[in-house]
Design a protein around this ligand. Sequence first.
Ligand code: 13P
Length: 249
Amino acid sequence: MRRKIVAGNWKMNNDLSATQALLTELKKQLPDTQAEVMVAPTFVNLFPAFEAARTSKIQVVAQNMHFAESGAYTGEVSAEMLGSIGIEAVILGHSERRAYFGEDDALLAKKVDTALSHEMEIIFCFGEELDDRKSGNHFNIVESQLKNALFHLAPDAWDFIVLAYEPVWAIGTGETASPEQAQEMHEFIRKTIASKYGQEIADRVSILYGGSVKPNNAQEIFSKPDVDGGLIGGASLKAEDFTAIIKSI
Ligand code: 13P
């Protein structure tokens, strides 16, 4: 059975005390759920968050990492460093990394390989911009993002991949994709994977939706057959909202 996952991407929010306070609150309010729950604090707060979450089912994951093993990359963080503090999963390819830090498919393919070589699970983000959607090019964009960064992988690597479809026009805008738009794209993504890796792998991969998921729209989006959970930005910063979203899966 496919895993259900609700993950919170905290982006560049929450200092140390806010991180600890939010985790304390989340642990208190966390509903009984079959879904896996993840949160991604900023690098400096990963270890304290990991410690704070230790006694709960919340998994702490990283928002990013570098492709190199180590060396002269000022300001960067390696897979090995993440692993050494207990972090076992990383978000790669977020649209903000692509847009503001120039991360392209080729670079992401290298990061994916490095993460896999450390047996790190990857939450791989991708999605089209508004112009692509308006011009009807969104399926092509998504297909090429997947192919360029992931289709060099061996089939067994897919055990370590979770996909997160995040249409850029829906991120932080309050304008979410309709449940039908999300389902249509998730179905397309699964078909694209099936065409390369076969139906069994395609059916096993969890595909999360991200982009303005809130307590009032989560249930309808999560009810779609190819939507296996969500990657939540703004609403994951409030314990009540995030737990309400978790409850709705
Ligand atoms: P919002 O939920 O704030 O739209 O952000 C989504 C996102 O970027 C998660 O990675």
